[in-house]
Design a protein around this ligand. Sequence first.
Ligand SMILES: [Ca+2]
Ligand SMILES: [Ca+2]
Length: 228
Amino acid sequence: MSRGGERTHKKNLPRGLLLIAAAAGAMSIAAPSMCAAQQPTQQQLELLRNLPDSAHVLYILGDLNGDGVVDQKDLALLREIVAKPSASLPAAVRCQAAGDVNLDRTLDAGDVALLAGWLKDAPRVNIPALYWQPGLGCKLSEPYLAATIEPHAGDTFRIRFIDPHYSTSNVRVVVHSGPATIRPAADGKGYEGTISSDAKPGALAILLISITGNRSYYYDLQVRAAPH
Ligand SMILES: [Ca+2]
Ligand SMILES: [Ca+2]
């Protein structure tokens, strides 16, 4: 089974770096200057404003056009960007950062090769990975989720729904593996979990998020080493 996004990437990622995407015109999710077709609704903005401090908006690694799946369309867009790095972004791109599938903060042939490999034997990545970046330049795209990143052992973590159509009745989150437990949030707008108090620094708690429409994603929480 393909776990295209499976990675050991979250170690040592510098915090607060501006995303490569920003330079090429991708916008902050809350930017007021989005063109009309891509503007988040008031309801979404309200949900974004009310996210817990530790939560980051997630995007799907490899999903450049933001349609919720990772397939040949995304690979074609990535090839186009890499072939002409000085050209303006193809109009279909909603999340340039999602093309950095090897997470080295550049878009180049290495990403094309990796994404092509994920899609070599399947029309789409079976269960794509969700990821986050500080200062992310992605426009709001599927799935509309935010999550705690890098919890410590013993911490509570949260998955929050930004899309108002999502609730605990149509989005299911379970612990796929690793030192964590999870339960629906009392308000039905997300899930809350706990990292085991004896979790080792660097351990991965992998969540499986299943959304109505038969789509599933992995989200990795890496237990942070630093003390509180
Ligand atoms: Ca896509
Ligand atoms: Ca890259």
